[in-house]
Design a protein around this ligand. Structure first.
Ligand code: ADP
Ligand code: MG
Length: 706
């Protein structure tokens, strides 16, 4: 526990430069600075291993098998020879433990090993055993002279993230672990507990000092697990603590317009509602309505799978603003998506005589000027647009609500610019996403927002049937497509387009287009890809929407937002090249009408284990949240968001794919403390106060460096 006697700042110890540490020196320090951004003791102690090698047991050469990922063997080095020439030149040492003979092989640094290894001495080697021509061998094993300290084994060797350059300069995991041991030995007395005693007790966490020691140099596997759990808890606790604190701050600090009138909402409900809302839509609208009455700025995330009906929720939310003489805007990441939103909202807006504008990069100058003018006067009540609408020239008379679609595609700065569009009072913010996010990720990514979910599709939707077919089955797939077209349906055929291989992919798309034209000579086709002019894209899209064309051959530009209810078949070529959430997004383009819809995933015959799991998941379920969970397990959290925002979840130790339970506990703890002691005045919460002060200090240091 931190007592009154401890000064309320961290000791300078962890700010000490690493060159002063035993075993480091200026050269290694420079390397660690450059390669790993490690400057201080504090940086070094937080350079965690990503796994540990089991050095607790010794194997016998006679007991080896090829399945062993690695083995540790104690024995005597016999003679050494170099064999081969040029690139094939290698040093071979014969090594025996009395049960057999093994070859140790080096291709690099041969001279160094030749000089340093001592034949007829006892060594401990560790590496992957491979049976080669009836004899065991190990290439580039770890090799140590046997000493009284290491001869009984019994430790776990940490393996650290390193760079090639460090390894070449002999700064490998073993050297680093020796350096870190030196640090841990002198750091012990300086390590302060960062969590309140009652949390440590409640969740049976090991102390910070024990955790650091055992994460690097575990006494046993149990200790390693406990050390990791403790550090994960701490990391997630502080992540959540700051997010929740922010959220509470929003609720107390930022005023919001009070939308007490709802005339337009009532009129819309009474006379124009095109269908009855689902229970989920009603619940979400209630949550939003509550926010709009509080006098505080709303910051809410609306999650809902494709087709769950977010548009009407967005529209009704706008009506609250409009009923109170405020304006609303909706920002979407692409032109196509903006068009779709515009068309979707306009249908509703026209019923009420609302003036709704659209602003994108391709809006003509003349039209722009009219829009700018009307927004300023207030005669245009709603603006839908791409990021063109955050430009400074776009000014509103009284902007009261901003809706952002697929906000993970926008940066934080863009969000801030929208806020500033009303200089008197921050507009309410509703962020929509059709990419369901697993709970753990939502909590860390959007932990400072309130979250609403539309977790129910409108009644009467038939679940999309998804099947997997191989390239070789294409004839039967085409046959099926013909039948569906004969029934009056339309079809999407999607090809991957990935930036690095753009040329190849475009060729795939064109080849595909040709083969479809050959197989469907009488069927009018559309083609759509990102390289087309936006005018041509619009033209093709319009032809497909009006059912003039029956098959749309396209790249993933159709991924977002496109809504053609009569399209009931989605064929995805090279499905192995798409991520799970992308497949799900694409599939969401069909199943929007009354007809039974289908999704056909075509792959090569040979597919990887991961691809198989992706395809199986798609065939098994239509539930976006379930799919997002599998995606998280497969790809890990870093990749998942794959956007500007991934940087926000900067976790060193915790893994959102695995640590959901710890995250839950950490969040509950942070919430409880912020509710009962928001100013952190209680003595039990002093460690939090101190640690937050240190984190802030570290951040300032960082901003100085970068
Ligand atoms: P998304 O959440 O993907 O934006 P949309 O708002 O585009 O979904 O809605 C998809 C389709 O479902 C639209 O055609 C819309 O009119 C319709 N829809 C939305 N809500 C309902 C409902 N409660 N009942 C029936 N149809 C609905
Ligand atoms: Mg939508």
């Amino acid at each position: 526990m931190i007592s009154e006697n401890n000064p309320p700042v961290r000791t300078r110890f962890f700010d000490t430069k690493i060159e002063f540490l035993k075993g480091v020196g200026p050269q290694k320090a420079a390397l660690l600075n450059q390669e790993l951004n490690i400057f201080t003791y504090g940086d070094l102690i937080q350079h965690y291993p990503f796994r540990h090698e089991d050095r607790t047991v010794f194997h016998k050469i006679s007991d080896l098998n090829e399945q062993l990922p690695a083995a540790q063997i104690k024995g005597r080095l016999r003679e050494m020879t170099t064999v081969g020439e040029g690139g094939k030149k290698r040093l071979v040492a014969y090594f025996t433990d009395g049960t057999g003979i093994m070859e140790l092989v080096w291709f690099q640094s041969i001279g160094w090993y030749e000089k340093s290894l001592r034949p007829n001495s006892e060594y401990i080697v560790y590496g992957k055993p491979v049976a080669f021509g009836g004899r065991w061998s190990m290439t580039h094993p770890d090799i140590d002279l046997m000493t009284p300290e290491n001869e009984n084994g019994g430790f776990w060797q940490p393996v650290y993230p390193l760079t090639e350059k460090l390894r070449k300069r002999f700064l490998d995991s073993r050297t680093l672990s020796r350096i870190i041991r030196n640090l841990l030995e002198i750091a012990h007395q300086h390590i302060r507990e960062t969590l309140p005693e009652n949390l440590v007790q409640k969740y049976r966490l090991v102390s910070k000092a024990d955790a650091l020691w055992n994460y690097h140099l575990p006494q046993s596997q149990q200790w390693l697990v406990q050390a990791q759990r403790r550090l994960k808890f701490e990391e997630l606790f502080y992540n959540q603590f700051r997010l929740i604190k922010n959220k509470l701050l929003h609720k107390t600090e930022y005023p919001g317009l009070v939308f007490s009138k709802n005339d337009l909402v009532r009129e819309f409900y009474a006379n124009h509602l095109p269908f009855s809302l689902t229970n989920a839509q009603i619940r979400v609208l209630q949550e939003i309505h509550e926010d709009l009455k509080t006098g505080k700025q709303m910051n809410r995330l609306l999650q809902g799978d494709v087709g769950s009906g977010k548009t009407i929720v967005a529209f009704i939310t706008m009506l609250f603003a409009l009923s109170n003489d405020a304006q609303a805007c909706l920002m979407a990441p692409t032109e196509i998506l903006t068009d779709q939103h515009y068309m979707g909202l306009k249908k509703f807006a026209d019923l009420l005589g609302i003036n709704l504008g659209k602003l994108t990069g391709s809006t003509k100058k003349k039209d722009r000027e009219v829009i700018h003018q009307q927004l300023l006067e207030g005669s245009m009540q709603v603006l839908v647009g791409t990021h063109a609408l955050i430009e400074d020239i776009v000014q509103f008379k009284n902007l009261g609500l901003c809706i952002i679609d697929e906000q993970h595609r926008f940066g934080v700065a863009q969000r801030a610019k929208l806020w500033a569009k009303n200089p008197r009072i921050n507009p309410h913010m509703l962020v929509m996403t059709a990419t369901p996010i697993p709970r753990t990720l939502a909590m860390t990514l959007y932990g400072d927002l309130d979250i609403s979910a539309i977790d129910e599709l409108p009644a009467g939707r038939k679940p999309i049937k998804t099947v997997h077919r191989y390239d070789a089955n294409r004839a039967s797939v085409f046959g099926f497509m013909k039948d569906e077209i004969a029934k009056g349906r339309q079809i999407y055929m999607v090809y991957p387009l990935i930036e690095e291989s753009e040329k190849m992919d475009l060729k795939d798309l064109m080849d595909g287009y040709e083969s479809v034209s050959r197989s469907f000579p009488d069927v009018p086709l559309s083609i759509l890809h990102g390289k087309m002019k936006s005018k041509d894209k619009d033209y093709e899209m319009a032809r497909f929407v009006s059912q003039e064309t029956k098959i749309m051959v396209a790249t993933t530009v159709i991924e977002v937002g496109v809504n053609v209810p009569n399209a009931s078949v989605m064929v995805i070529e090279n499905a192995e090249r798409f991520g799970l959430s992308q497949l799900h997004q694409l599939r969401g383009r069909v199943g929007r009408g009354a007809e039974q819809s289908y999704c056909i995933l075509i792959t090569d015959y040979k597919i990887s284990k991961d691809t198989k799991l992706r395809i199986e998941t798609m065939c098994r379920t239509n539930d976006g949240f379930e799919i997002a969970e599998v995606d998280l397990q497969l790809r890990g959290p870093g990749d998942l968001s794959g956007t500007q925002q991934s940087g926000l979840v900067d976790l060193l130790v915790a893994n959102l794919a695995q640590d959901g339970q710890i995250l839950k506990e950490a969040r509950l703890s942070a919430e409880a403390i912020l509710n009962s002691d928001p100013e952190l005045l209680q003595s039990v919460n002093q460690p939090i106060r101190l640690h937050l002060a240190n984190l802030r200090k570290e951040e300032t240091n960082w901003s100085r460096i970068s």
